[in-house]
Design a binder for this molecule. Structure first.
Ligand SMILES: [Zn+2]
Length: 169
């Protein structure tokens, strides 16, 4: 109804919440990770590719430096205050040990932040990289190869029970 046609753009709060929940930046629903470090790529919900180029996630390292420092520095100063008799090296070692459990979280959020920033709301294929187009066409081919049989045994269709996908010449 407004003159500038916004194609139901999500609110900033919705985007921030999706980033916090490590969801896809386009559909805000698909999980970006399926394990501690393993990514879902493409998005299981809308098919958005997260890795857009070889070495794409090197950019996430900037975020991991910042996030890592934001965790380890307060730990260092906390331990330095709690253990005044300790020298700097031992306090640093302790801070580093206490930092280790945060590594998966930092890894994941640095990738999430990188993808959100690098995409910054641009999801149409017009600026797709060569690598991206290649992978998308690969995924399409895979889907075409083993797509039709999705609901394995759920729906019993009376038509053709076993339709051979290929008919030879
Ligand atoms: Zn998605």
């Amino acid at each position: 109804m407004s003159d500038r046609h916004d194609e139901t753009r999500p609110t900033l709060a919705a985007v921030l919440w999706a980033a916090f929940m490590q969801r896809c930046p386009r559909c805000l629903e698909g999980r970006m990770f399926r394990g501690m470090f393993a990514m879902n790529d493409p998005c299981p919900k809308c098919g958005l590719l997260f890795q857009r180029e070889e070495g794409y996630f090197l950019g996430a390292m900037y975020f991991s430096y910042v996030l890592g420092a934001a965790v380890i520095l307060p730990l260092y100063f906390l331990f330095a205050a709690l253990l005044p008799g300790w020298d700097g090296v031992r306090v640093a070692a302790l801070a580093w040990l206490a930092y280790l459990p945060f590594v998966p979280v930092i890894f994941r959020y640095s990738r999430v932040l990188w993808v959100y920033l690098e995409r910054s709301g641009r999801f149409n294929g017009s600026d797709a990289t060569v690598y991206e187009k290649l992978r998308l066409s690969e995924i399409e081919r895979e889907k075409a190869a083993n797509g039709p049989r999705q609901g394995a045994e759920g729906a019993v269709t009376p038509g053709s029970p076993t339709a051979p996908p290929s008919r030879g010449p």
